[in-house]
Every structure is written in structure tokens, then in C-alpha cells.
Design a protein around this ligand. Sequence first.
Ligand SMILES: *[C@@H]1O[C@H](CO)[C@@H](O)[C@H](O)[C@H]1NC(C)=O
Length: 294
Amino acid sequence: MARVPLLPLAALLLLSACSSAALAASFDQDFDITWGDGRGKIHDNGQLLTLTLDRTSGSGFQSKHEYLFGKIDMQLKLVPGNSAGTVTAYYLSSQGDAHDEIDFEFLGNVSGEPYTLHTNVFTRGQGQREQQFRLWFDPTADFHTYSILWNPKHVIFMVDDLPIRDFKNNEARGVAFPKTQPMRLYSSLWNADDWATQGGRVKTDWSHAPFAASYRGFRADACVAVAGGRTRCGASVGTEGAGAAAAGGWYNQELDLTRQQRMRWVQRKYMIHNYCTDPKRYAQGLPAECSMQQ
Ligand SMILES: *[C@@H]1O[C@H](CO)[C@@H](O)[C@H](O)[C@H]1NC(C)=O
């Protein structure tokens, strides 16, 4: 009797050994730690990355690849305790003056007070499309997945697979959309106590330093920029098991009705700032997309 389960178990072990060998992706392979003089570190065989911030410096990393469209997932665990004044930025950005950018930024707070999740989209250097959210969990207690789905029709921000924002391609109606400039993935942990927490009133308490944020579970189903201005799509790279399914799905993905309703629910309950309802910001009138149902 004892033999019966042995065979499937052995087969399973063999299988998982094969797949992890085939997908030996890691933070070492996909990212460079670009600043912070040793404050950013890769651990656990490339499966975990940590950034730290102290009074002298923060730290940051960037992807080796540039992407032109993709579904990019990362699990983050943010600075716990008194994180006031600290900002963890996690974003895609192209280079140059007229750059495109898709941002997640996490603004820390004093112990027991909530983080603010700040999002923004820049097209050709033009941002000012902030939407801010509360989270429905403590982002410092565990890892949670923050995703960007960027395809020719949408930029969709997701938290644990729940869409929170959908910036649509409204080029046909004169709204610029990021779709020609490849972007790198960046993240950094830095001190922004001049503005980040409660409008800059609460400063970083350096007696709690070093502050640390952690990353794992990177996965990119994306089109990767290669030489000669071309892209290679369909190859899945990442530190999570990534299949060959990449070629399809995400490139044409939109939110179905159910997911649109979920997004509206999150926005009603958790959105704390929306540029589209901030006339102070736009004396000349709100950006065109604001009247085109966001
Ligand atoms: C910090 O907590 C205060 C009080 O709850 C809140 O008003 C503020 O939006 C929170 N977040 C930041 C980044 O200041």
C-alpha cells in the first residue's frame, strides 16, 4: 500500500525540478541594484530583494530589460511600524524629457495610520493624473501583489488581482497614451519627508532606521525591447513560475463587466483623491479623459 503514493510523488518532484531548472529566473538575472551603496540586496538565491533607507541614503534597482507592453507582477512588503516620511516607488518609466511613466508610490505613515497608495500615468512628460487609494489590508504585514497591465488599449493597475484603475487609450479623442516608448521597471526606497506624510508635517523618525521594503515573486509576461528598435514578445521572464502562455492573453485583455464593477466598488470605497474631481488643480478645465468615463 505504501508504494502507491510513492510513484506520483517522485514524478511530481521530478517535474518541479525540471520546471525550476528551465525557469531559473532570479532578481540577479532580471535586475540591477543601481544605487544605495550596498543598501539594496538580493537574497535567497535571487528570490528575494530588499531595499533599505537610512539617514545617509536610500536605495533602488531597475530592470535589465525595457518593455513595450506587458503584464508585470511584483510582490511587495512595505516598511513596517513608523514609516512616516518614507516613500517606496515602484514604476515603469521610459527615458528623456517627453517620457512615459506608470507609477505606484507608497507613502508611509506613523504607526497605526494608513499608507497612501499613489498612482499616476505620464504621457510624453505630462503627468498630473494622480489617483490615490487606501489599502484594505496592512501592506507591511505580508507580501501583496501589485500589477501593471499595459497593452495598446489600457493601463490597468491591480492590487492582488483586483483592478483599482483603468487608464484607457482615448487617442481617437485626442488623449495621449503611452505606446511607443519602451519602459524599464524601477523601484526605490527614499526619504521624502518634505511632502510625503500628512503633507510634510510628519518627519522621518531616524531612530527607527534602517527602514526596509522587500520584493519577491517578480513576473513579466511582456514584450522586451531588443536591438534595432524591435521587441520580442511571448517570452515570459521572472522569478515566479512563468509559462509559455505569455504570447496571448494580456495583450488584448480588457476588464470584463464583473471586473469593471469590482473596480468601481474599490474606487468608491478606497479612493481618497482623484485628479478628475480636483478642479483646483485644473483652472483651465479638467483633462479630456475625465469626461470619458475613467
Ligand atoms: C496618514 O494618516 C493620516 C491620518 O489618518 C491620513 O490623513 C493620511 O492620509 C495618511 N497618509 C499619509 C501618507 O499621510
